[in-house]
Design a protein around this ligand. Structure first.
Ligand SMILES: CC(C)(COP(=O)(O)OP(=O)(O)OC[C@H]1O[C@@H](n2cnc3c(N)ncnc32)[C@H](O)[C@@H]1OP(=O)(O)O)[C@@H](O)C(=O)NCCC(=O)NCCS
Length: 195
């Protein structure tokens, strides 16, 4: 665990300004912009995450936006929400293999650490995934089985390695354009909470 880090749910009135400054990516040497797949995540947290989590809650999908703070501000953030498997493409629904009542699906939608924690062997990323999985369990206290899904851009090696460390398995592979919008591969982690 990292010390001096405090995790809590983000609140619109308190965190909107700090989220606008949250920086999880920078341009790499020789490029004049951050990698687009990381920039997308940064823009999401800066501009959309609070409203999206509030909307998800209002619509009964239980959206959560959780942030970690250190002395310099927001150090990490993640979002997750309940998803309805009936809306999945057939290939994904088959791969999920939901067999009974008491099973739910949550998507771990976005997760990022501030650049000051990147390149440190997953120091805060591992803590963030652990927090996210416990938060998901707390949100689904009645579930007998929780299918945790993640979507990862085919470029995003750091994210795939992070999910592999937590025994997520790859259900489908993201592929480069122009194959429709299949940039994202689906990843799955199953939790059977103690009853
Ligand atoms: C996904 C994430 C949480 C994993 O964190 P992690 O396990 O600590 O792994 P790192 O970020 O250190 O991954 C190493 C990569 O980051 C790069 N990196 C290291 N320090 C960096 C820094 N300060 N700024 C930007 N990139 C950095 C390394 O060059 C390496 O890139 P490569 O995979 O192209 O070789 C983190 O990479 C991140 O926040 N990414 C941006 C947001 C994102 O893409 N989230 C996932 C999808 S929602």
């Amino acid at each position: 665990m990292t010390d001096t880090i405090h995790w809590r749910e983000a609140v619109k009135s308190r965190d909107t300004v700090a989220l606008r400054r949250f920086t999880c990516t920078t341009r790499r040497e020789g490029k004049n912009a951050p990698p687009p797949h990381e920039d997308e995540v940064q823009r999401y947290f800066r501009q959309h995450a609070i409203a999206a989590a509030n909307r998800s809650r209002d619509q009964g999908r239980g959206g959560r936006l959780v942030i970690a703070e250190d002395a310099q501000g927001i150090a990490a953030a993640f979002t997750h929400q309940r998803v309805d498997p009936a809306r999945f493409p057939p290939k994904l629904a088959r791969a999920l293999d939901i067999t009974g009542a008491g099973e739910v699906v949550r998507e771990l939608c976005f997760l990022a650490v501030a650049t000051r924690y990147r390149g440190r062997g997953g120091l805060l990323a591992n803590e963030a995934v652990t927090e996210a999985l416990y938060d998901i369990i707390d949100c689904e206290s009645q579930a007998q089985r929780i299918h945790v899904l993640g979507q990862v851009d085919y470029h995003n090696k750091a994210s795939m390695q992070m999910l592999e460390r937590f025994n997520f398995s790859r259900l489908t592979q993201g592929v480069p354009p122009p194959k429709g919008d299949q940039r994202f591969g689906w990843w799955l982690h199953i939790i059977d909470p103690p009853q």
